[in-house]
Structure formats: structure tokens, C-alpha cells
Design a binder for this molecule. Sequence first.
Ligand code: UD1
Ligand code: CA
Length: 465
Amino acid sequence: MDATAIILAAGEGTRMKSKHAKVSHSILGKPMILWVVDAARAAGCTRIIVVVGSHANEVRELLNTHYQEQTPCVETVEQTERLGTGHAVKIALEACDIQSGSVVVLNGDLPLIQPDTISRFIDSVASDNYAGTVLTMTPPQPFGYGRVQMDTTGSIVRIIEQKDCTPEQDANLLECNAGCYAFNGEQLAKHIGSIRAENAQHEYYLPDMVEILKAAGERVGILHCSDYRDGLGVNSRAQLAEITALARERINAQLMDNGVSFIDPLQAWISPDAQIGCDTVIWPQTHVLGHTIIDENCQIGPNTRIIDSIIGKDCIVDETVALEVQLEDQVTCGPRAYLRAGTHMLAGSKAGTHVEIKKSTIGEGSKVPHLSYIGDTTMGANVNIGAGSITCNYDGARKHPTHIGDRVFVGSDTMMVAPVSIGNDAIIGASSCITRDVPDGALALERSNQRIIEGYGAAKKRRTQ
Ligand code: UD1
Ligand code: CA
């Protein structure tokens, strides 16, 4: 199958009232445009072209970061003047020299479109039966959508934008254009120039292709979307929130079907790109974002945010923020742990309460249970870090590493001033400031001697009476 997808993302998105491109706004942590591009990729489109315009650099950068070195690559075409969806498609066809094959056009604000809907569209024009097909739906609130006018036989006649509808058309035409089209590339290229901007918005409307192709004697069909939610567009913040809720509902239902438990599925936000294993329980107020993978039988949350991380089996992640980390099996973290990029916790290790770990390896069975900061550290197995101990990894200008061997016991309130190395089986006395390497098996103690002044309390009391 040889199909090109043209995704329209140049619009101003005025109704969002935002300083960012509309399509860069996120749904479950994933920018809207990536939902649409991923759907086109999953449908098997061999060429993907995104028309950018308003905030072009922002959108281009998003696409470059996500699809760099991927096949098919995602090309961008700039529409410098926003003269409408028809104009945007014309520019893409010309810039990319498209004159044949199947062409799917998708609005960039159509995040819930399903890959199999797109492939059905491609099939509809690939067979040469139709020069064009349009996805239609009957949403409960048709306000703002282009309305599909049909003849008595049920064939599409034209699409009338809401702003161009008479009050009767507005009230009676309830079938809406979802903003997903497929065209025979040859017919599209041949007729796109016939679109005129004689309408309420003085724009070149892509939906006018329906009437134009029909007038040229070509067949145009509709595919009715049985689930209107697939075709909802995002034009405002309220619609963004509505789509987020719909996406969440679908993703969580699918996960529950696969054996994941939710204490309350209304209070868990899981990315469409995340994977969660069976018997894992998701507690309320939990966000699992990006390409996170969570294995089986974990307890995740409550009050947890995990982004682009890998979590093994049987882990407990309680009130934790974890960004780009890897936890092996049976790791425990939280409540209130902050695990930052580059943290790798080996099997059975623990990051406890009010613990922050950055770019560090915590060895098998090692424990950092309370109030600690561990940064730029490699830690061996079965280490115990006493409460309030930290690695001083930053000298104000540069970061330095700390190495902690196996079975080390670090007493509470220890400062390990990096660069420093602590040998296997070493012991550090509580409240020490460690500035020199500690050999294997040694005791390191850095604290002033404790003074005892007998009877001091009673003497003080007498003085103040
Ligand atoms: C459009 C359709 C409407 C349909 C609805 C479905 C037109 C004229 N109307 O209306 O029939 O029911 O989508 O959601 O197409 N864009 C460009 N360049 C432009 C203008 C728009 O790239 O010059 C992009 C936008 O960024 C957006 C998409 O095209 O992603 C649709 O534009 P938008 O303004 O949202 O159209 P709607 O009014 O929603
Ligand atoms: Ca729209």
C-alpha cells in the first residue's frame, strides 16, 4: 500500500487563547500532533507530511525530536499565509510534488482518530471506486462542525461550514464532517485549484472538494464513524479537557481488560504509549506518562508521576516522582521519593521517604530509607545509608562522582564530599563529613569529641531563678 498522509497543523488555534501552537498541547502527556502522526504511521502511511504555519518552529521541533531517524520520516511544509484547509493541502501537494497514489488528509486537531479508520479510508480510494471519501459522525454537540448535506438516496452532496449554514441547515443537518478525508491523488491534484474562497470566512475550504469532484463527474463517498468520539476535534481548552477524559477512559478500560487494576480509573492518567503488566494496581492520582513500561504485580501510587521509565515486577512506587529511571524487580520507593534521570535501582533496593536520587546506581538490596540525597553515585549491593546522609556532588561549578562499595554501612547525617570512594564493608560513624577515600573494611569517623559537664542543667536553673 502506497499512501501519503497530509496532516494540517498550520492554523492559529485562536480559540485556545494560547501562546503555543494548538497541536502542541498535550493529551495525557503526549502532544496532540503526535497522536495524529502516530495514527497515520500505525495505519501504514508510507509518507507523512505535516503542514506547519502558526508557531511553525515549535511544531517542527516537536516532530524532529520524536521522529528523528524513524521510518517513514515526517516531512514538514510551511504554509506562510493561513488561507484555509484547502489552501494548506494545495501547498503540500505542490511542495511535495504529489500527483498520484492515495492521499489521506487529517486535521491536526483530531487526536482520537483510530489507525484502522485511516486504513479503511485509504482502501476506499485505492480501489478506484471513489475519487474522495469523507469521515462523518453525529456528535451530541454538532456546533462548529461542517455539516454534511445528502440527497434523498443518502449520497453526499456537499459540506456546508457551520458559519455558512442557514438556521434550518444548522438545525437539521446533524451529520458532521470529522476532518479526515481520503483522495485519489491524481483527482485531488487536478481539482484542488478549483476551490474558491467565497464563503463567510473568506477561506479556501478543503471540504469544498466534495462538490468540486462531484461536478467533475467523480464519485465521492462517506464513511460514517460509528463511535463519534474518534472524530472529535480540539478547538478550545474545554474540548482539550473533554478529549483527555475520553482518552483516559479508553486507555484505562483497555488496561483493565488486560488485567491491570485501578482503585479509581477516573483518577489515573496513563499515556497511550505506556505499557502495564497484569496484576499491577494503579492507585488514585497517578500519572504514568511517556513510553513508560511497568511490569506485573506492582503497586503504583497514590500521588505518583512516572515519566519515560522502566519498572520491573513486584515494585512498590508510593507517592513518588520518577523521571527517566529504571527500577529492577522488587524495588520499593516512597512515600515521597524523587527519582531523577539516570537513576537505576537494582533488584530489591529501596529509596524511602523524602529521598532524592539523581543519575546513580543503587545496588541490589541496598537501602536509602530516609531524608537523603544521592547524586552521581555508584553504590554496590546491600549498602545501608543512614537517615539524613547525602552525597555532596556539586562544588558550585562542577559535579563529582561518589563510589560506595558493597555492604557499606553509612551512619546517619553523613556528608560524603565528592569525589570520594568508600571501600567494601566500610563503616562510617554517624555525623561524619567524609572528604577522603575510605579503604575496604575501615571505620571512618569525623566528629569532635563529645563533652560532658556534670550538673550543668541544675546550675543553669539556679542562675536564672
Ligand atoms: C474543519 C472543517 C469542518 C470540520 C472540522 C472537523 C474546514 C473548512 N472545515 O473546521 O468542516 O467539521 O474541521 O474538526 O476545513 N489549518 C491549516 N491551515 C489553515 C487553516 C487550518 O493547516 O489555513 C489546520 C488547523 O491547524 C487544524 C485543521 O487545519 O488542525 C482544521 O482547521 P480548523 O480551523 O480547526 O477547522 P474547523 O473550524 O475545526
Ligand atoms: Ca478544528
